[in-house]
Design a protein around this ligand. Structure first.
Ligand SMILES: NC(=O)c1ccc[n+]([C@@H]2O[C@H](COP(=O)([O-])OP(=O)(O)OC[C@H]3O[C@@H](n4cnc5c(N)ncnc54)[C@H](OP(=O)(O)O)[C@@H]3O)[C@@H](O)[C@H]2O)c1
Length: 232
């Protein structure tokens, strides 16, 4: 795919990984809509700020109405409440699913017809190594990322005959606000953005961006005892 002639919408592009993705796409010559709950926070020269709360159906519809020429959608916006499934407030558990699963689905439903009408294109969902393995301390986030992975797989099949390639990006810790409190090695989001945008350009269906995600993917084949060796 020639990104220099593409118009891309990135959700959650005002900071973190979304901002890095938008910057990488701009450097390849793409026209970039930078979706943000508060578009005044978009500080990337050349990007077109657009108001977009992915959990608000009216906001999603307004963004689709305000565009019209989008050929690539990047579903990046995400929450991280740190909620565990047994004891956390259920509202926090629901927020994870509302954002990563229903929010991504809502934006995809709104923009897939636009991409198809423009002759096809691509959708990239920003997933995680935690789509494949759960950390119980923030089980609600992991469950939402697993649901988003399953959604990605279904929509890839459903949208293929409309000329829309649906990809998933799997990545471990990146150095953003989301994991500020985590004391572990983290990738530079600009490096992962380059890998992700290469994947879109090359028409990849699955982009596994780092060793942590590659290990999680390999462990899936080993079953529960390999994924969760801490079990008695
Ligand atoms: N950082 C990591 O280690 C890591 C690893 C794997 C996957 N990911 C995934 O990468 C994506 C980006 O995360 P990040 O690390 O960049 O996190 P971040 O720094 O916390 O940024 C999150 C972004 O999502 C936006 N957002 C949250 N809820 C939204 C909503 N309802 N509507 C629109 N925008 C919303 C935020 O907007 P506001 O500024 O308005 O809050 C912000 O722009 C997420 O999908 C995350 O799950 C992150």
């Amino acid at each position: 795919m020639d990104l220099s002639t593409s118009t891309v919408l990135v959700t959650g592009a005002n900071r973190g990984f979304g901002r890095a993705l938008a910057a990488e796409l701009l450097s390849r010559g793409a026209t970039v809509y930078a979706g943000a709950r508060n578009p005044d926070q978009v500080d990337l020269p050349g990007a077109k700020p657009i108001a977009l709360d992915i959990t608000d159906p009216a906001s999603v519809a307004a963004a689709a109405e305000a565009t019209g020429n989008v050929t690539v959608l990047v579903n990046n916006a995400g929450s991280s409440t740190g909620a565990d499934l047994l004891t956390a407030d259920l509202d926090a558990v629901r927020l994870e699913m509302d954002t990563h699963y229903f929010g991504t689905l809502s934006v995809t439903r709104a923009f897939a017809p636009q991409i198809a009408a423009n002759g096809g294109g691509a959708i990239l969902n920003v997933l995680s190594g935690l789509s494949w393995v759960s950390f119980p301390d923030f089980g609600a986030y992991c469950a939402a990322k697993s649901a988003e992975w399953s959604l990605t797989n279904a929509l890839r099949l459903q949208l293929a005959d409309q000329g829309i390639r649906v990809a998933g990006l799997h990545v471990g810790y990146m150095d953003t606000d989301m994991v500020r409190a985590v004391d572990a090695p983290k990738s530079d989001p600009t490096d992962i953005a380059r890998i992700a945008v290469d994947g879109i350009a090359n028409g990849a269906y699955e982009i596994v961006a780092d060793d942590a995600s590659r290990q999680a993917q390999a462990a899936l084949a080993g079953g529960v005892s390999v994924l969760y060796p801490q079990l008695p």
